[in-house]
Design a protein around this ligand. Structure first.
Ligand code: AMP
Ligand code: MG
Length: 328
């Protein structure tokens, strides 16, 4: 059985094709970059609908299959930007009805965890999922993926991107901030906010911008921003590992590309006696293969959805989903 997965929650529109053994046959995508400022939901949705056919055709070509070979359609049902989610959902419904195959709406955050478990052969990790739109520490317990910690304001990727934009660095900010941070070892104290198990990055972002404008060295601020934010992320992840006594740690999402964050988490994992995993870069960011694979998992477990149950869920939480494909 081949599943075609459609991803559309934020800036990336992706189509992945995965078979029931977990082999990824294709994983094509196109990403919208705003001309200035942050993502504009309607512009992003327009970009996705304009590029949907092209991305779909490329995926079918890469997989060397015809659309009729598809036996299941999966799509990102949430969480994400409303207009963007509706574009992907509409494409998914149209394909499912036209091909007369089942459709399954997938939780985007859980799909990140599941594709990582597949490729890294991780059994039961504590996952730090860090991206432009999400920041969560996730671990499985009693039938659901529980959120052990999360941001209470902006996601870490967004913190870095907005900081970069405010000081005139190109979008996305992550790679340039990482590069500039390598030029400094001077730590300038910035707001470090961990509240219980939750994180906050908006004060950090504002203060980092303010310090740059006040004349502090940009490399020093990039270094200090990373050290502060990543230490907070590692602290919360470490406490989740200690509490759950799990023996695996996984890092995923677009920010997982960052070498300093990997290094810090790897160190923490060693100290906790846990194995550390990072999926390949092309499967850390947003893409359709993770949606397709989660579709396969849900389908194999007997999960079924009617078209009328496929309305999008902008604020669909990770811990609201019954994980029918894992034992309690
Ligand atoms: P995603 O939301 O998963 O598509 O990932 C995009 C986010 O990853 C953006 O916020 C980027 O700035 C961030 N990102 C990409 N590369 C890096 C990096 N090397 N260091 C930190 N953040 C990064
Ligand atoms: Mg994502």
């Amino acid at each position: 059985m081949l599943c075609l997965g459609i991803e559309g929650t934020a800036h990336t529109f992706g189509v992945g094709i995965v078979d029931s053994s977990g082999k990824v046959l294709a994983n094509s995508s196109k990403t919208y970059f705003p001309e200035k400022g942050g993502i504009h939901p309607r512009e992003a949705a327009q970009f996705h609908s304009t590029n949907a056919r092209g991305v779909l055709n490329t995926a079918l070509e890469h997989a060397k299959i015809e659309i009729d070979d598809i036996g299941l359609i999966a799509f990102s049902q949430g969480p994400g930007l409303g207009p963007v989610l509706r574009t992907a959902a509409t494409a998914a419904r149209a394909l499912a009805v036209w091909l007369d195959v089942p459709i399954i709406g997938v939780n985007h955050c859980i799909a990140h965890v599941e594709i990582g478990r597949l490729t890294e052969k991780a059994k039961d990790p504590v996952t730090l999922y860090v991206s432009g739109g999400n920041t969560q520490v996730i671990a499985f317990d009693a039938g659901r993926y529980r959120v052990f910690g999360e941001t209470i304001d902006i996601p870490i990727g967004n913190c870095i991107d907005v900081f970069a934009r405010e000081i005139g660095l190109p979008h996305p900010g992550g790679p340039s901030v990482e590069r500039m941070a390598l030029e400094s070892k001077r730590y300038i104290p910035l707001p470090y906010v961990v509240k219980g198990m939750d994180l906050s990055f908006s004060g950090l972002m504002t203060e980092a911008v303010r310090r740059c404008r006040a004349g502090f060295g940009v490399n020093d601020i990039c270094f200090s921003l990373q050290e502060t934010a990543f230490a907070a992320l590692v602290e919360v992840t470490e406490r989740a590992v200690a509490h759950t006594e799990k023996k695996e740690v996984m890092l995923t999402g677009g920010v997982a590309a960052n070498k300093r964050l990997r290094e810090m988490l790897n160190l923490m994992s060693e100290e906790q006696g846990a194995k550390f995993f990072v999926p390949p870069k092309e499967l850390c960011g947003d893409q359709g293969a993770m949606i397709a694979w989660n579709g396969i998992l849900a389908h194999k477990s007997g999960f079924k959805q009617e078209i009328k149950e496929t309305e999008v869920k902008q604020r669909w939480r990770t811990d609201e989903v019954d994980i029918t494909w894992r034992r309690r």
